[in-house]
Design a protein around this ligand. Structure first.
Ligand code: FAD
Length: 425
């Protein structure tokens, strides 16, 4: 069989389809830039679905993330978020939020303060925006309302009893009930993704509501693990509220997460525009940078694919997604061998204590950027004037401890697209 090379000519190539890459795609579309985007499933399918801007600093919770950005600047002057005007962070969060809502997944508007969102083990975390299917949980907890929490026979990693035990003191009217998911053989293991897809069928929702109803009693709210559909979760959520007659909310379950899958599938199905070429489930194998832009090379089962572009945004993430790789003694960037800022030796990658509030040094490694979000070489010069970086591959942020994953991804994508737009003519 003759394998022909297929060529794609575009203005902007985006490497990565995680939060940073997808946001870059949205911002490029918004600016009328023609883009091609390549990437595999990455950390996005692990996320809770909450969009964190800044929820923690040096072991303390942050309730006002906008104020928190000023403290962040004092302690972490090189953090990517403090290199971006607050106005641009606002724009990035709002634009992404608006586009998600337009495409079909409702998110709460990013506000002035963090919401205290629920996590599967019964703890709360500060975050700036939550899926609408989860918003009622924040309100129920805040008001300490009578609430019934449901879990399922055979579902691992989500226990309503554990959740209640951890929150009972501050939320005495919270109760737990375990039920069997409709049409499942009693005792078999059940999986959130399968349950979510099953609930896209109206008769399954009806059966689930019938099973839950006898336990509702005086509850005003009903909590479930996040299983309310992969597609059209807001429709399913509204329907469950109608069927049950109480406010319903979801709580994220352990990875791989349904809210992450929703985001991923939404983009694959709805991010359709004449200016956008999305090539999911593929990885760029090689990039050649030149004075006029770059060529990106990879293949699919039909042959070789070559993208020619005037600018490239590298949003290939960290270790989990393959943007960074830990070798025996050092950490490398995998596509272009861009220098990675890192501790001098492996012994300094981790602190002695796992929960050290300072966080682990390895979580802050990454590529250096200039003020135009271009990765730098060892001399501190841009590697190429048409190469930009976005997302968690950028050094000096610790999204794990600082709870700033989405904030870093969306805001840096906004900046990278803004500066890439300047080199496109
Ligand atoms: C368990 C877990 C829970 C989390 N919970 C939250 C949360 O509640 N709130 C929050 O805000 N954040 C959360 N995060 C963090 C959030 O997921 C990340 O901040 C975000 O996904 C980072 O986006 P990114 O685009 O930089 O990288 P990623 O999402 O990792 O995406 C990188 C992308 O690059 C692609 N890629 C890599 N190499 C190549 C290549 N050679 N060619 C093409 N593509 C390539 C990958 O396939 C992937 O698509 C969580 C993360 C994890 C792991």
């Amino acid at each position: 069989m003759i394998r022909e090379t297929r060529s794609i000519q575009t203005q902007l190539a985006i490497v990565g389809t995680g939060l940073g890459g997808l946001a870059a795609g949205i911002f490029a579309k918004y600016r009328g830039i023609k883009s091609a985007q390549v990437g595999h499933t990455g950390a996005i399918t692990y996320t809770t679905g909450y969009f964190d801007l800044l929820g923690g600093l040096l072991g303390e919770q942050i309730l006002d993330p906008w104020q928190g950005l000023s403290s962040l600047k004092k302690h972490y002057p090189k953090h990517p978020l403090v290199r971006i005007a607050k106005e641009d962070i606002h724009k990035a969060l709002n634009l992404f939020n608006k586009e998600l809502n337009n495409m079909g997944i409702g998110y709460s508007e990013p506000g002035n303060t963090n919401l205290m969102a629920l996590l599967p083990s019964g703890v709360c975390k500060p975050t700036i925006s939550v899926p609408l299917t989860m918003l009622a949980g924040v309100k129920a907890k805040e008001a300490k309302s009578p609430t019934l929490l449901i879990d399922f026979v055979g579902l691992q990693g989500f226990s309503a009893v554990e959740f209640v035990a951890n929150l009972k003191k501050s939320w005495p009217l919270l109760t737990a009930q375990r039920i069997a998911f409709p049409d499942m053989i009693e005792g078999q293991q059940v999986f959130p993704e399968v349950m979510a897809r099953a609930l896209e069928v109206p008769s399954t929702r009806q059966k689930l509501a019938e099973t839950i109803k006898p336990f509702i009693g005086n509850a005003k709210y009903l909590g479930l693990p996040s299983i309310l559909g992969i597609n059209k979760p807001d429709l399913i959520h509204n329907n469950m509220e109608e069927l049950l007659g109480v406010k319903v909310f979801e709580i994220p379950s352990i990875p791989p997460s349904v809210p992450g899958m929703r985001l991923r599938e939404l983009f694959e199905q709805k991010f359709v525009d004449k200016n956008v070429t999305l090539i999911p489930q593929h990885k760029v194998e090689h990039i050649e940078l030149n004075d006029d832009g770059a060529k990106l090379f990879f293949k699919d089962p039909f042959g070789d694919i070559e993208i020619s572009c005037k600018a490239t945004i590298l949003a290939s993430g960290r270790f989990l997604s393959g943007g960074l790789k830990a070798e025996q003694q050092n950490i490398v960037e995998t596509l272009l061998n861009i220098p990675v800022t890192q501790p001098t030796g492996r012994d300094d990658w981790y602190q002695e204590k796992y929960f050290d509030p300072k966080g682990h040094n390895i979580n802050q490694v990454g590529v250096e950027i200039d003020n135009n979000f271009r990765p730098l070489n060892t001399k501190g010069e841009p590697i190429n004037r048409r190469l930009f970086a976005a997302g968690t591959i950028i050094a000096h942020q610790d999204w794990v401890r600082q709870r700033c994953g989405a904030g870093v991804s969306l805001s840096t994508a906004y900046q990278a697209v803004k500066y890439a737009a300047k080199v496109l003519d």
